[in-house]
Write a protein of this length. Structure first.
Length: 190
């Protein structure tokens, strides 16, 4: 008998893991969301507090958010470095109080974070559906790289040459035309 769970059991295990993850995240004193490039954190506080009452420190590898004179709401190591100069915080008024809104710009803009700070419960990053990172949102160079990787993957799956292999074949064809006197029957590409 295999130790692999059946599809039904796996579905149940996944649902339980997701419910546990959602409960852990809901219990945090903040909400957070991310794209592949950045992370946004919302910390609800009472409406009586003003910007000068807050203690917010954003560093390359740490984050501290709180109200002066009180235990910090968030205080710990970030799982990955951020770009401090491109990261910000603001205080906004909501229907129920105020929110400290923190925007962190990731240094590595090709990875998902499992948590905001390393002491917080993790989420399963393999289950993230990156619907909000469309190819059109990427800068030209990154977009070109991703499109080339996707093209090469499709070519490989179809047993066709990748873009780099096709370039070599095109150069060889060009060379053959320029040198009809040469014998290319034994040339191996690789």
């Amino acid at each position: 008998m295999s130790s692999e769970p059946s599809p039904e059991e796996q579905k149940k295990l996944d649902a339980e893991a997701k419910a546990k993850e959602q409960a852990e995240q809901a219990a945090l004193p903040y909400k957070w969301d991310q794209t592949i490039k950045d992370l946004d954190i919302t910390v609800p506080i009472e409406s009586k507090f003003k910007g000068k009452d807050l203690d917010v420190k954003i560093a390359r590898n740490t984050l501290k958010v709180g109200i002066k004179g009180q235990a910090p709401i968030i205080d710990g190591e970030l799982p990955h470095p951020i770009r401090v100069d491109d990261s910000t915080w603001t205080l906004s008024t909501t229907a129920t109080g105020k929110d400290i809104e923190i925007h962190l710009d990731k240094v590595n803009q090709m990875e998902w974070w499992a948590h905001v700070i390393t002491s917080a419960p993790k989420i399963d990053t393999s289950k993230i559906q990156p619907e909000n990172s469309k190819l059109g949102d990427l800068d030209g160079e990154t977009r070109g790289m991703v499109e080339k990787m996707m093209f090469d993957q499709r070519q490989k799956e179809a047993g066709l040459p990748t873009s780099d292999e096709q370039k070599k074949l095109d150069i060889l064809e060009q060379f053959k035309k320029q040198h009809p006197e040469m014998d290319f029957s034994n040339v191996k590409m690789g």
